[in-house]
Ligand binder design. Sequence first.
Ligand code: GLU
Length: 374
Amino acid sequence: MRRKLLKSIKRVVIKIGSRVLTDANGGLDHEVIGRICDDIALLREQGKQVVVVSSGAIAAGRSELGLMEKPKTIPQKQAAAAIGQTRLMRAYEQALAPHALKAAQLLLTSEDLESRQRFLNARATIDTLLGFGIIPVINENDTVVVDEIMFGDNDNLSALVTNVAESDLLVILTDVEGLYSADPGKDPDARLIPLVESITRELERVAGNSASSVGTGGMATKVAAAKKAGKNGVPTILVAGKREGILSAAMRGEEVGTLFLPSGTGLNRRKHWIACTLKPAGRVIVDDGARNVLLKKGKSLLPSGVVGVEGRFERGACVRICDMEGREIARGLSDYSSGEISRLAGHKSSDIEALLGYRYADVVIHRDNLVVMS
Ligand code: GLU
């Protein structure tokens, strides 16, 4: 099955974690970077386009700053990223040069990708670079981010990049062999799961129990990334990145690591952006009738089905649509602000103008801007 699936792959996002890129002393592991770039060159020869999402800037900068431990404060991390990022790019340049390949740097924040315009600009840049045969190397723009505008981790960033870069596969290179049935460090019966057909709650729970010390994400963020990529119709392969030739083996369809199948054919790119990239600014609570219409018929959300609104947001914001039990059932771009929605709740569309004195639309959230989440 893997071989068949991988044969058709044209564009792949390869996420490389800090633990893969660093050696025992915490500095950049040039040997591993060299090996990964050898594999990337092979993929290029096979006509596949490659986008890299690379961590390692903070780890590389730490030794340059002479810090004995992982930087703790945000300014220290940002300083380490600033000095480390140039070292990281140089390492890629040097490792790709013998293959006559070049690397280009893209630094993104989640705020960048939340803006549709910047998102499309990033997409056009990546597309153009790939057209020139260049390898885009993407990292979070650590020097300017604070918690609210952080991707959280590069696993999440890599899943979003599958949409930005319009790739058809995500490969996550990490420091373990793949996803295990339990934490292999604690449970001798833990076994590697070669194939995940669907990401269940139970699987997310198992993944939530293991962590990593150099990178920011543990297994949970990898599974979350696979889930997000899956919503885009993109499969994910999770493998041990330090192993020689592992990337080539994975791309040949060998049974290495864990393959996560996508949840379906995938949302269209814009709907994936709404569901996975935008951060919801509030909640619109709907009654059971509206819930059923949204879930079963794929219709727009009318004001008559709204029973409440939480949070303050402007027209155009991304909001969660929740049922009366508080479960999120959908997400979408609101045609009205939170204040307007609280005045419209429970009323007919034909009353909008009388209630507000103006009308943007007959619906609160149009079905073209709405994504079912459950
Ligand atoms: N952007 C961080 C770095 O380059 C890594 C974040 C992560 O690994 O999740 O060091």
